[in-house]
Design a protein around this ligand. Structure first.
Ligand SMILES: NC(=O)c1ccc[n+]([C@@H]2O[C@H](COP(=O)([O-])OP(=O)(O)OC[C@H]3O[C@@H](n4cnc5c(N)ncnc54)[C@H](O)[C@@H]3O)[C@@H](O)[C@H]2O)c1
Length: 304
């Protein structure tokens, strides 16, 4: 069993992938006082992540010096995971890439380390097979923005042991997160529900039923959602959303997960949502500036 209660921290958590989610998970871990290493292939992703994380820690008035002392960045996965107690993978939702990275982690991390994937749709059992059927592999699906969202969806694969589930729960407690435990089915609970709502909203845009802003307003004011489905897709990243839909379609075979044409076109145009400055909305920094220019003022799709 992992003991997350030691102080100063003697456990090291390694996050693989310094994108939207990896940065968020690393921030949450540092805020919780855990020694944390962030790994990415791309040095520029690590550099950008370091800037974001330092800013967040300063804003949170976490004892920044201690937080940053415990923070490392690396492009060398093998070396970074060698003394890891926990590894959380957060690379893009591409099955072959995740299988390869889990095989690498398994080869280099200690046998006792908890090996978690932040996958939104993929089979935890398949990832465990890449680790010789290890019972230490589990899904820990965090939500965006990680430092604000309380939920973690813990996904148990066929081989996942009860001790591994207990360790994942203990890690959630240490990070101040509130987990649910679900079986390993395509998309689990949250992606299965969330992707369908997002697809329905995008199809309403395609059909010209209402503007982007009004579709979001409908779900905020009518259903009490904190964000509309199109704002949420922009926050997630439209490329990440497209990967999730492709993965869900492959895994489930259900046609309702087919990506709407508008999503394919926005991604092909490099309009990836908030992170690229334009998605269903146009952004200035974190703030919405207006609708995405190609959609026209009424938010209808005929201009795209
Ligand atoms: N974006 C969201 O809102 C969200 C929410 C929940 C779960 N997820 C899941 O989290 C995972 C990551 O999504 P994201 O949006 O953070 O992706 P992202 O594209 O923002 O970041 C991925 C990072 O992984 C790096 N990377 C790619 N291959 C790598 C490798 N082999 N080794 C090391 N680093 C590598 C990339 O350079 C990039 O910095 C996906 O599985 C996604 O489904 C995303």
């Amino acid at each position: 069993m992992l003991n997350f209660s030691t102080h100063p921290p003697t456990l090291r958590l390694v996050v693989i992938g310094a994108g939207t989610m990896g940065r968020g998970i690393a921030t949450a871990a540092l805020q919780a006082g855990l020694a944390t290493t962030l790994v990415d292939l791309a040095p520029e992703a690590l550099e950008a992540a370091r800037t974001t994380i330092e800013r967040r820690l300063q804003r949170a008035v976490v004892s920044t010096a201690a937080g940053l002392e415990a923070f490392r960045c690396s492009t060398n996965l093998a070396e970074a995971v060698r003394e890891a107690n926990v590894v959380i993978e957060a690379i893009p939702e591409i099955e072959q890439a995740k299988i390869e990275i889990f095989a690498q982690i398994h080869a280099c991390a200690p046998q006792y380390a908890l090996l978690a994937s932040n996958t939104s749709t993929m089979s935890v059992s398949t990832l465990a097979q890449a680790c010789g059927g290890s019972d230490r592999v589990i899904g820990m699906h965090f939500f965006n923005p990680v430092h604000r969202m309380a939920l973690v969806e813990i996904v148990t694969g066929a081989a996942t042991s009860q001790e591994t589930v207990a360790d994942a729960r203990a890690l959630c407690a240490r990070l101040g997160k509130d987990p649910i435990v679900v079986r390993d089915v395509p998309g689990f609970v949250t992606s299965r529900l969330g992707l369908l709502l997002g697809n329905a909203a995008m199809r309403l845009v395609e059909e010209g039923v209402a503007s982007v802003a009004d579709i979001d307003k409908a779900m905020r004011l009518g259903y009490g959602h904190p964000m509309g489905p199109l704002e949420l897709a922009d926050l997630v990243g439209l490329d990440a959303r497209l990967n999730n839909l492709r993965s869900m379609l492959t895994r489930s075979g259900e046609p309702e997960y087919r990506a709407p044409a508008i999503l394919e076109r926005l991604v092909a145009a490099g309009q990836l949502g908030k992170k690229s400055g334009v998605g269903f909305y146009a952004y200035q920094g974190d703030a919405v500036q207006g609708l995405q220019p190609l959609l026209g003022l009424n938010g209808r799709v005929e201009h795209l």
